[in-house]
Design a protein around this ligand. Structure first.
Ligand code: PLP
Length: 441
């Protein structure tokens, strides 16, 4: 039965199918240029996008919940960002010099995030995390890195997931999330330069959420043992609120890493944090602590034009508020659909809505939490496969998600978009119940 939807999808996506066949000869990862762009049989090939929607080579239209891997809280091609980029393109893409816009951009970030006493720009979120490790090592004189299993910080070097092929990371220790005594046990060894936490919780703003008490205990603990605490706000930075996730929880780390939304849709990374730590980038610092930072694309004028324009729009918090409201609407309506069909599952989250499919272990009073504390159930590979199949059903009904696992909201989604999404979600689930892929309780 499940092959029907695959055949139907192939039939309605002939142009994408052809491009996929070409792509397989060019890109080793079964034709995909990012692991989340993989799908059986293939994801659509997009020609253009605007606001909350995008269109493929076969003329199919999608309500988009990938939203540039979370980078587009202002939606696709926000007119102010487009205008700024077009004007800058004509003025010059890369001066290879200092310029006014980088200063304006840094000042905007500083005004939104109290942690940002100083800022350093780089090319992407992962690079910002790698820089945070360097800064922490140079500052503390220690070597080790403490990380949490499941937290994502990039694909390369010491920020790659545990057990990644081809990565050597003898200085990195992985521990489970939300276990304060384990954190203290490690930090007490006095070997750790840095500890990383992903903003919101593991995977796209908290598929596996943090215990708030755990997070609020970290400042005192890291201070006690002289370890630099980094919150990776690459996804959550200026998405969750004006001041990022740290503002939502009411904590102030030593360093924060940024990416995605901060660049208004163009590629960016940044480390923001305490002056004394970022001072290791200052040439006046003694040689053994000095980090000589290069990077062709650091704060280039084109992305500064997009970044400053976007950050100005984040200042009044309206975009974040709207994305939160649309998230709440999708969550509530979607949960009604699951409940009505007696499907064991739940939608939860703020501006990124996560789908949990599995047993309901308890009823969370907090809408940002899944109905289980068991991480294995949240990331159960069997559920991931079902969600990938849901992703295909949703695509066929004009809704693009990240693998059926996450719905990334923006300020430009509309109530109509979400009502249409809920219809597609209901129809997809009904089809999957008929296929026997989804069981009802
Ligand atoms: C929490 C988090 N940190 C870092 C990264 C890496 O950012 P980039 O892809 O810009 O290198 C990602 C990417 O999705 C992320 O989700």
């Amino acid at each position: 039965m499940t092959t029907d939807i695959i055949e139907e999808y192939k039939r309605t996506h002939p142009g994408s199918r052809k491009l996929h066949e070409q792509a397989v000869n060019a890109f080793a990862a079964n034709g995909a240029t990012h692991v989340t762009r993989l799908l059986v049989p293939f994801r659509p090939y997009i020609t253009h996008a605007r606001g909350s929607r995008k269109w493929d080579v076969d003329g199919n239209e999608y309500i988009d919940y990938v939203m540039g891997h979370g980078a587009l809280i202002l939606g696709h091609s926000h007119p102010a960002v487009v205008q700024a980029v077009q004007e800058q393109m004509a003025k010059g893409v890369q001066y290879g010099e200092n310029h006014e816009q980088e200063v304006a951009w840094a000042e905007l970030i500083k005004s939104m995030m109290p942690v940002a006493e100083k800022i350093e720009f780089c090319a992407c979120g992962q690079e910002a995390n790698l820089m945070a490790i360097r800064l922490a090592r140079a500052f503390t004189g220690k070597k080790k890195v403490l990380r949490f299993v499941e937290n994502f910080h990039g694909w390369a070097g010491e920020v790659a997931p545990a057990g990644s092929a081809g990565v050597v990371m003898p200085e990195v220790t992985f521990i489970p999330m939300n276990d304060l005594s384990k954190v203290e046990e490690e930090l007490a060894k006095n070997e750790y330069a840095v500890i990383f936490t992903e903003g919101g919780g593991a995977h796209m703003d908290g598929q596996i959420p943090w215990d708030t008490d755990f997070i609020r205990a970290l400042p005192a603990l890291t201070k006690k043992y002289g370890t630099v605490w980094v919150i990776d706000e690459v996804v959550t930075g200026f998405r969750d609120s004006r001041g990022g996730w740290q503002e939502v929880v009411g904590v102030k780390p030593d360093l924060t890493t940024l990416g995605k939304c901060v660049g208004g849709g163009l590629p960016v990374g940044a480390v923001a944090g305490r002056t004394d730590i970022l001072e290791t980038l200052n040439p006046k610092t003694s040689l053994e602590r000095y980090i000589r930072h290069t990077g062709t694309w650091n704060a280039n004028p084109l992305l500064c034009s997009a970044g400053t324009t976007a950050c100005k729009l984040y200042l009044n918090g309206e975009s974040q508020k709207k994305a939160n409201e649309f998230g709440a609407y999708l969550r509530e309506k979607g949960n009604e659909v699951l409940e009505k069909r007696n499907i064991n599952g739940r939608l939860y989250g703020r501006t990124i809505i996560h789908l949990y499919l599995g047993p309901i272990d308890y009823e969370p009073s907090d809408y940002t939490k899944p109905p289980t504390r068991d991480i294995a159930k949240i990331i159960d590979p069997k559920a991931v496969a079902i969600k990938a199949h849901l992703c295909l059903h949703l695509l066929q009904r004009g809704v693009a998600t990240m693998g059926g696992r996450f719905f990334v909201l923006s300020a430009v989604h509309t109530k109509e978009d979400i009502d249409q999404t809920i219809d597609a979600f209901s129809d997809s689930l009904d089809a999957m119940i008929a296929e026997g892929v989804i069981k009802t309780a």
